[in-house]
Design a protein around this ligand. Structure first.
Ligand SMILES: Cc1ncc(COP(=O)(O)O)c(C=O)c1O
Length: 367
């Protein structure tokens, strides 16, 4: 039988068949070398860099959710740079979001430029240029931190018509929010550090694809460059995945309440949340996404006011990253994002909405 509910799918994702006396989710396998068959040599598990059963179980789980074969990486950046470095060659051009995760642009404008790869930057909301001569189009939707959304199907069709590959950074959405491979993307890359694992205790990345040639290429890339997650992190991630549906549901519920609350205050400007009717991303997000992640952005006018807000709040942790259990807020300009000094990305946690509203009210009043 196949079960469609998100809660059911994440709870059972990647688990082995039940065996009496064995755990539901086997514990982490810590091994660098494994015993080899003295005659046959390497089998399924020869050495820990290419082979680890705990990592394979996690990859199976994420693969069920994304709808493709998955390779796990030590971080989102390790997955994204694996994609860029294994598909692009000197003379190629890559199209990247101008408003996406800034470290990807920094890598493209540094290491990749030095290797002879050209970059064109495109805003997520468009307009999209002709993709003639472009080898790879990387989309990030919703884009972090501005939360613009693009129509994956339409952009992928245009990119494919020009002969380009299409990859989507699915970090913010998670595979429960959208499945880019079904929308026409050739590859998915993501940071599992955020909502996918959601407990602010693991760095993880992954790449997913149904293209066997690309999969083989990146598998060799990962085995040779070695950016693999350790067994304990892979196991923690798999364990955390089981609650993804519940965590996302509460985060999104809280985000609806907080976005409406923030939009109703006259001392908070530019509130963005793709789940808020009237938001520039609302229509496409409703049409394309299965659920809206619990991330909101807004502008408090100055760095000083953000500092006063964060100091006054009892529940909102000042922290970067997003998608975790705890509500956090990050003034993005302090990291080098091209955002206004008072621009804040708020990641809604799984606390109770009335408590968050009370805390935010007091903190904004004090700020
Ligand atoms: C959209 C997006 N992609 C990729 C990354 C990189 O992930 P990691 O920090 O796991 O390397 C981030 C990190 O913030 C991100 O927000």
């Amino acid at each position: 039988m196949s079960f469609e509910g998100d809660g059911t799918r994440v709870v059972h994702a990647g688990l082995p068949e039940p065996v009496p006396g064995q755990p539901f989710l086997p514990g982490p396998v810590f091994a660098a070398p494994y015993h080899l068959d003295p005659v046959e040599g390497p089998g399924t598990n020869g050495y820990g860099r290419p082979d680890n059963p705990t990592r394979r179980a996690l990859e199976g789980a994420i693969g069920e959710l994304e709808g493709g074969a998955v390779l796990a990486f030590a971080s989102g950046q390790a997955a994204i740079t694996a994609l860029l470095l294994s598909t692009l060659r000197s003379g190629d051009t890559v199209a990247l979001p101008s408003d996406g995760y800034f470290t990807v642009r920094a890598f493209a404008e540094g290491t990749q430029r030095d290797l002879g790869v050209k970059t064109v930057q495109v805003p997520t909301a468009g307009p999209y240029p002709s993709f003639e001569g472009v080898r790879l189009v990387l989309l990030e939707t919703p884009a972090n931190p501005g939360l613009d959304v693009c129509d994956i199907r339409t952009v992928a069709a245009a990119a494919h018509a020009a002969g380009a590959l299409v990859a989507v950074d699915n970090t913010t959405s998670t595979p429960l929010g959208q499945r880019p491979l079904e929308l026409g993307a050739d590859l998915v890359v993501a940071s599992g550090t955020k909502a996918l694992t959601g407990h602010s205790d693991v760095l993880l990345g992954y790449l997913a694809t149904n293209d066997e040639e690309l999969l083989a290429k990146v598998t060799v890339w990962r085995a040779q460059t070695g950016a693999v997650p350790g067994a304990f992190d892979a196991w923690l991630a798999h364990r955390s995945l089981a609650t993804l549906d519940l965590r996302l549901a509460r985060q999104s519920e809280n985000a609806v309440v907080l976005a409406e609350f923030l939009a109703g205050r006259d001392d908070v400007r530019e509130v963005r949340f793709p789940g808020l009717a009237g938001d520039p991303s609302y229509e496409i997000a409703q049409a394309q996404m299965r659920r809206i992640p619990g991330i909101i952005s807004f502008d408090l006018g100055s760095a000083e006011r953000v500092a006063r807000f964060l100091a006054a709040s009892e529940l909102v942790f000042a922290a970067t990253s997003f998608g975790g259990l705890h509500t956090t807020a990050d003034r993005r300009a302090q990291w080098g994002d091209d955002t206004a000094p008072g621009f804040v990305r708020l990641s809604c946690g799984i606390e109770d909405a009335p408590d968050l509203v009370r805390d935010l009210t007091a903190a904004l009043d004090a700020a």
